[in-house]
Write a protein that binds this ligand. Sequence first.
Ligand SMILES: [Fe+2]
Length: 298
Amino acid sequence: MTIKFEDITDHTGIIINNFDASRDVNDKKIFQIRELIQKKHFICFRNQNLNEDTLLNFARQFGTLESYPEKDKTKKNIQIFNVANVSSEGDHLSEDDPRVVLQKNNSRWHTDSSYRFYPALFSLLYGKEILPKEAVGGQTQFCNMLLAYDDLPKEMKEKLQPLHQVHSYNDIRRLEPSLPELSIEEKQGFPPVTHPLIRIHPDRNMTKSLFFTSNTSLEIGGMSFKEGKELHSWLVNYIENKKFHLTHDWQINDLIMWDNRVLLHRVIPYDYSKYRRAMIRGTVEGTTPVYGPFSQIN
Ligand SMILES: [Fe+2]
C-alpha cells in the first residue's frame, strides 16, 4: 500500500496516518518518504509505537546517525538525544537543573547540531510524554527559511551574502549563564565553526535559504560583536512573521521528522515545573558542509 498523506500548509508539512515506522520499513516506502520530505520539509507520522531501538532503526534508513557523547543526553543508546524535562530514570527535573535549562534554550530558533561542521540533516522526534490539552505551550514550531530568504529585501540579501555566523556549543553559556562549564573533552569535541548566513541547496537547483540560529552564538564573522548582535536581532525579529511558520500541536505517539537544512525550529515555552514533556530524538548526520553563495560545489 502506498503512503497516503495530507498537506498541512501549502509550503510546509504533511501528515501521514497509514504508516507504522516500527514495521513498514522497505525501500519503496523510504523512497516515497524521502520524496515527500524533500518537497514539504516536515512529516508527522501519527499513532506510532516506538522505543529507542525502533526509532533508531527507522532513522537509520535515511543515513548515518549522530552520536551524543556529551553529558546528560544519552539514555541507553548514545544515538538517542533526550528532549525532556524528565531524567532517564523518569524523574521530573527541577527548573534549574541544567538539563531543563538546555530545554529552555531550545525555545530559541535553531537547527539541530548547527555547532557541528556538518549540521544535522533530518531529526526524528518521538513524543513519549506530551503536555495535556489544557496546558499552554509545548508545541514545536518551524520556520521555512526558503520562504524567509525569498521575502528578504534586496539590500538585505546583498548585505548577508558574504557573512557567516559563528556556531559554538560553548557559547550557549553566554545565553544561559547558569549552565555548568563544559569539560575539556566537550570543548575539544565541538570547537566553534562558522556557517554562511545564506545557504545554497545544490539538490534544489541551487535555491537559497537563510541559515542562522539563536540558541548558540550571536556572533557574525566580519562584524564587531555589537554590530553582529544587532544584525542577528534583526534576523530573529524578521522570521517572527507567521507566514513562514508551521506550528505542530503534539498528539500522543506522534513521530515528527524534519529537514534541518530548510527549517528552523523551537519549542513554545511551557510551565516546566508543572508539566512533564519527554521526547526522544534520533538524528541523521548532514553529509555536506553548509554551502554558501561563494562555495565551489563541483
Ligand atoms: Fe532542536
